[in-house]
Design a binder for this molecule. Structure first.
Ligand code: ZN
Length: 192
């Protein structure tokens, strides 16, 4: 923890870079990814403060649309799309994902009931090679499922049809730093 505190103490040493951020934010991208500490969106994309609106959940799961039961995740997505007017949403899964791995293997999660109940949102259950430590196939299919979930949000569906929004499926390899993106034409994940 101490190195993180030391860095935070030094962070505000160039106040002129940050002063304009007080005027507001206008990020173009909502970046949805896993809470995993090895995935650092700003590092991957080179984004500066104000450029990425982030939603991080265990297993980068987008919960089902249910306007009568708003969730923190639904609030973040709605604000990004309807208020900030982002033009792009990236859902970025990653290799060696503990959450997706647990789903692919069908792990017993009774000792962590909150995790178990959250992961119930991942339907259909991700499929892939159980013995693959990277769970690459499982994560990539799971990311595409989250894009379908986003399309089920009425205001997102409308913006997609109006050409005001684009969805992207990414897969980040934590062991190489490579980013793959889903190519709809070939239905395969390829290097950016
Ligand atoms: Zn993960």
């Amino acid at each position: 923890m101490q190195p993180l505190i030391d860095n935070a103490r030094m962070f505000g040493q160039s106040p002129e870079e940050f002063a304009k951020l007080a005027e507001g934010q206008s990020p173009q991208v909502l970046f949805i990814t896993c809470s995993d500490s090895r995935v650092v969106p700003a590092l991957i994309t080179g984004a500066r403060p104000g450029e990425l609106f982030e939603l991080r959940t265990a297993g980068n799961i987008v919960p089902p649309y249910a306007s009568e039961h708003p969730t923190s995740e639904a609030c973040t997505i709605e604000y990004a799309v309807e208020v900030l007017g982002v033009s792009d949403i990236v859902v970025c899964g990653h290799s060696h994902c503990g959450a997706v791995g647990a789903l692919v293997r069908g792990d017993d999660l009774d000792a962590v009931p909150a995790v178990r109940d959250w992961l119930c949102h991942a339907t259909p259950r991700p499929q892939g090679a159980v013995e693959d430590p990277a769970v690459a196939e499982g994560v990539q299919g799971h990311v595409l499922t989250q894009l379908l979930r986003l399309r089920s949000y009425p205001y997102i569906d409308k913006k997609l049809k109006d050409g005001q929004l684009t969805l992207h499926a990414w897969f980040y390899e934590v062991h190489t730093g490579a980013v793959l993106a889903h190519d709809p034409a070939s239905d395969a994940f390829k290097g950016l």
